[in-house]
Design a protein around this ligand. Sequence first.
Ligand code: ADP
Ligand code: MG
Length: 322
Amino acid sequence: MLSEFDLIKQYFQRVRPGKAALGIGDDCALLAPTPGRQIAISSDMLVEDRHFFAGADPRMLGHKSLAVNLSDLAAMGARPVAFTLALALPRADPHWLEGFSSGLFALADAFDCELIGGDTTRGPLNICITVFGELAPGHALRRDAARPGDDIWISGTLGDARLALAGSLGEVGLDAEAHAQAALRMHLPSPRVALGLALAGAPAAHAALDISDGLVGDLGHILAASGVGATLDVDALPAGPVLARQPLELRRRFTAAGGDDYELCFTAPAHARAAVLAAGAETGTAVTRVGTIDVALGLRMVDASGAPLDLGLRGWDHFVAA
Ligand code: ADP
Ligand code: MG
């Protein structure tokens, strides 16, 4: 039987020199921040039966737990540095721990983000990661920075993760191959860290956030924080490759209010269009212009012809939707 401390040592404490001045093993980790930089901090929790189904593949869960946190750093334009991991586990299952830690560290290494500490306890499966990143003062892509006249942009594609969920719940019929392809978007999101850094560094973008609860709801946070409104061309929204083969009504609904996308939604002044496209090209990330920030409050959705569209959509809310 693995003890708590054997478990930490075997699966989470790596014997290799890291960036932290002091890593796992003491009461606190010690980080030496780069002089003159601000530290960006964010936590995201994944709870069994709420964010993922019981029995979810542990390797994918390791990836996704960190990916959703790195996505927050991306949305702020911060460079990943380190993270902590608070884990509640029903049992010390070596197979689960092996899979989870390998998925977690594969992504951590890809983004040079070091695990520097955490907490481990027995309990219903619950994974909480806190990430630390760095950015230049004044360069953060804040939600309150959208300005009237800004273009609204989206990275990558939207809706395939929601389509996979719909397939699992039997809301739509999907063949096995299409479902498997869409499910990869749900289980293995790619945090847009390089794009976030390029947009903040240029600087090309004003406001940004990552789309976790559906574009319409998340964009609403930018509008509220910035005291502005927007017009969104729903038919310009880039659909994921699997969703792109679905009927128009489903495409509109799942691109505009899917969830679990982990793409960036950002605003940028019209004079920065070339800089935004360059940031996309430089980082190998598709960027699509999908609307405009307005002085008039509220979110107006239009179709490709500019006619108003009422999809009756709202973003995901854990308490309202529960
Ligand atoms: P404390 O007694 O302060 O609660 P712990 O005994 O929980 O400390 O943890 C011992 C060390 O192991 C600490 O450095 C802590 O940060 C680290 N740690 C605990 N759980 C994890 C985990 N899941 N991942 C990484 N480090 C962990
Ligand atoms: Mg502890």
